[in-house]
Ligand binder design. Structure first.
Ligand code: NAD
Length: 258
């Protein structure tokens, strides 16, 4: 196990990437903070300003007050997500994939920035869904979040489905909701087939996504973690590269492709 961000750790991790026939990456909110989107658990992150309980699906569906608070927050926050540009970390992973050295990218993020950075959408599993669409909780009708944004900005405090009057919610997984089985299966199969499993910008606190690295290690993968603070699985990693994803990923990918 290696810790820190010395050049020899990068070089070692790059050697593993170069030798790997199947590399799978899991990203979290930490790869998008440099794009101006706050994560949940860092200081100043979402949980410092909002109550996580408001993102519990039963509470959200059961309380008009919670839905009103949610949409007031989301009306303010979505333009930042819509206008965000990919970070140097997103660009580095897109470059790795474009060179044929990344088999699958699993992201916990719902911001769409990997695809905006040029990543092939077919090679991205958005395990927690997307913020760029809304879905009706009653009939399943799906419309763009941009359309809903226009409506909330015009004064709708709690937007409803125009088909059936049901509650519109973002097509992203709330606490207490199941992950779409086909997405979870693709992520688990990817983790179990990986020779190298790379984590970038995740505390690995949220399951089941945060447990994918353990699956990968149990199946024989080398685990590389890139994060600026300690994660739940640092003790199981073969390399922990501590620092900003926007600094480390470009250096790692450059070295792996050299
Ligand atoms: P998290 O907030 O639990 O952890 C983020 C981690 O990234 C932290 O350990 C933090 O130290 C690290 N970090 C922050 N900025 C970094 C940087 N520039 N370089 C390196 N590390 C950095 O996020 P998570 O593990 O993804 O889990 C939280 C859940 O939040 C996920 O399910 C995700 O769906 C959701 N979320 C998504 C977004 C988004 O789409 N951008 C934003 C906030 C939360």
């Amino acid at each position: 196990m290696t810790n820190g961000f010395p050049a020899d750790s990068i070089a070692q991790a790059a050697d593993w990437l170069r030798a790997s026939a199947v590399t799978v990456c899991l990203t979290g909110a930490g790869i998008s903070t440099e794009s101006g989107i706050p994560d949940f658990r860092s200081r100043g992150g979402v949980w410092d300003r909002f109550d996580p309980k408001d993102f519990d699906i039963r509470r959200w569906l059961g309380s008009e007050e919670v839905r009103r608070r949610y949409w007031a927050m989301s009306r303010e926050g979505y333009p930042r997500v819509m206008g965000a540009e990919p970070s140097k970390g997103h660009a580095a992973l897109s470059r790795l994939a474009g060179s044929g050295r990344l088999s699958l990218l699993i992201t916990q993020n719902t911001d769409g920035l990997h695809q905006k950075a040029g990543h092939d959408p077919d090679e991205v599993v958005e395990i927690h869904g997307t913020s760029h669409f809304c879905v009706c909780a009653a009939c399943g009708e799906r419309i763009t979040r941009a359309e809903v944004q226009e409506r909330v900005e015009r004064g709708e405090e709690i937007p409803l489905c125009e088909n059936c009057g049901g509650f519109l919610k973002p097509d992203a997984v709330f606490f207490g909701e199941d992950i779409a089985p086909e997405r979870l299966e693709r992520a688990v199969t990817g983790a179990e087939s990986a020779e190298v499993f790379l984590v970038a910008g995740s505390s690995l606190a949220v399951r089941p996504a945060g447990a994918l690295p353990e699956r990968a290690v149990l199946s024989g993968a080398r685990l590389i973690i890139v994060n600026e603070s300690p994660t739940r699985l640092d003790g199981k990693a073969h390399a922990v590269l501590r620092g900003k994803t926007g600094d480390i990923l470009p250096a790692l990918v450059e070295a792996a492709l050299a």
